[in-house]
Design a protein around this ligand. Structure first.
Ligand SMILES: [Zn+2]
Ligand SMILES: [Zn+2]
Length: 424
């Protein structure tokens, strides 16, 4: 019954029968030949030699028993040991010159017999000694190694995820909220736009070196504006930082990146699944409890990795939906324009996509630059509500949420792993 169970559900059954003791050795007449010594000296269900078993086998070998003798199934002692999963006896026999490349009456090799009986130790020995694997078994063995790595990785993954989720939010900048009026202007005092005396053009507001962009005539702002201008210039710096962050976020959250992560997650799931549940992988994982625990951990680790990758792909999708889409790359030149809210002069510098108006604090986009802004501009002329700065604030808030989720998930998976350890 146990044997049958074990054969059907190797890994699980190992756990279930672990507590049950091996059959007690009965007082039997001594074995008549090497085959009988091997068969009676090893408890396959537990992959353990029985008391006195290895000694009796050694005795027969020392006394010069025929190492190529066949039993009723046409199995040599080596094939018999392989079918029982008795790796120590296999090693002993091979060391004395027993042939490894023989087959029984059914044409089964040592590898076939070990695999059919899910004999992990025997399989591992054969593989380690360079048994010529078919490409299918080579693939399954590679998957087994991946699953094992995932199993060992789990504790580190849990620790790292928890620490990252818990402490990462301290390390990235949280942009402060800038109150905005319905017009798009900020909550600071709105300043009357300065016009150029000689030509009447709009002059971009600046604390130092202010001059008309059309004719170059110097202009000065009233001294009492200094505080407001300084605050707006600080906000402008934050906006520039948000823009750099936005460029980076747009790249890493692009559809191909998300698709690759999703595919990677699915491929990983399949590989770990094959590594755990193919006959070869299952046999190798089912050899003893500590390995079975690595197997259970691999199962959790594989699933967690997949969940993490999928979660990250989902997070990137959310990020992408928050970000405005640029229609064309901005030119590398400085251009002047008028603020959409107050008509004051503004200056788009370098490759900047957006500029903060010094007079009223409105975030102004370069004309025809972002798809979203375009859409808004078409419906509500001149009152673009899309803000890069606000997009970045939303993304940072989303990242905070993702970190909290990550730390919680790490705790849950860690709890499951400890639970599995206790059950095993
Ligand atoms: Zn002028
Ligand atoms: Zn303005």
């Amino acid at each position: 019954m146990l044997r049958l169970l074990r054969r059907r559900f190797g890994l699980l059954a190992l756990v279930l029968v672990a507590a049950s003791a091996p059959a007690a050795p009965r007082t039997e007449p001594p074995p008549r030949n090497l085959h009988e010594a091997i068969r009676r000296g090893f408890y396959s269900t537990d992959s353990k030699p029985l008391p006195g078993g290895p000694e009796r086998v050694r005795e027969f070998v020392e006394r010069g028993a025929d190492l190529e003798a066949r039993d009723a199934d046409g199995r040599t002692p080596y094939l018999l040991a392989a079918s029982l999963g008795d790796a120590a006896t296999m090693r002993l026999l091979a060391g004395r010159g027993a042939r490894r490349d023989v087959t029984d009456t059914n044409g089964d090799t040592a590898f076939d017999l070990a695999l059919a009986g899910r004999r992990g130790y025997a399989l591992r020995l054969l593989i380690d000694e360079g048994w010529p694997l078919t490409s299918k078994h080579r693939f399954q063995f590679a998957c087994y190694k991946i699953a094992r790595a995932a199993g060992w990785l789990l504790p580190f993954l849990i620790g790292a995820s928890f620490l990252a989720g818990r402490f990462l939010p301290r390390f990235y900048a949280h942009p402060p909220a800038i109150g905005r009026q319905p017009s798009g202007a900020d909550q600071l005092p709105t300043l009357e736009p300065i016009k150029c005396g000689p030509c009447g053009g709009s002059v971009p507001l600046r604390l130092h070196g202010m001059r008309c962009p059309s004719c170059g005539t110097p202009a000065t702002a009233p001294a009492e504006w200094k505080k407001t201008i300084t605050l707006r210039e600080k906000t402008a710096e934050l906006l520039a930082r948000a823009e750099r962050l936005w460029e980076r976020a747009r790249l890493v959250s692009a559809a191909p990146v998300r698709l690759s992560l999703t595919l990677l997650a699915l491929v990983l799931l399949v590989l770990v699944g094959i590594g755990l549940f193919s006959r070869l992988g299952d046999s190798l994982f089912a050899v003893r409890l500590s390995t079975a625990f690595v197997g259970a951990s691999a199962f959790l680790g594989g699933l967690s990795l997949v969940a993490a990758l999928l979660g990250y792909a989902f997070y990137l999708g959310e990020v992408q939906s928050i970000l405005p889409v640029p229609v064309a790359a901005p030119a590398e030149t400085t251009t002047t324009a008028q603020c959409t809210t107050c008509a004051g002069g503004i200056e788009h510098r370098g490759r900047a996509l957006s500029t903060l108006c010094g007079y009223c604090g409105t975030e102004n986009y370069r004309a025809a630059l972002t798809g979203r802004e375009l859409g808004v501009a078409h419906t509500e002329k001149g009152a673009a509500k899309v803000s890069l700065y606000e997009a970045m604030r939303q993304i940072v808030a989303l990242r905070d949420k993702a970190c909290t989720g990550l730390a919680t998930a790490a705790l849950v998976v860690g709890g499951l792993a400890v639970g599995a350890l206790l059950v095993l």
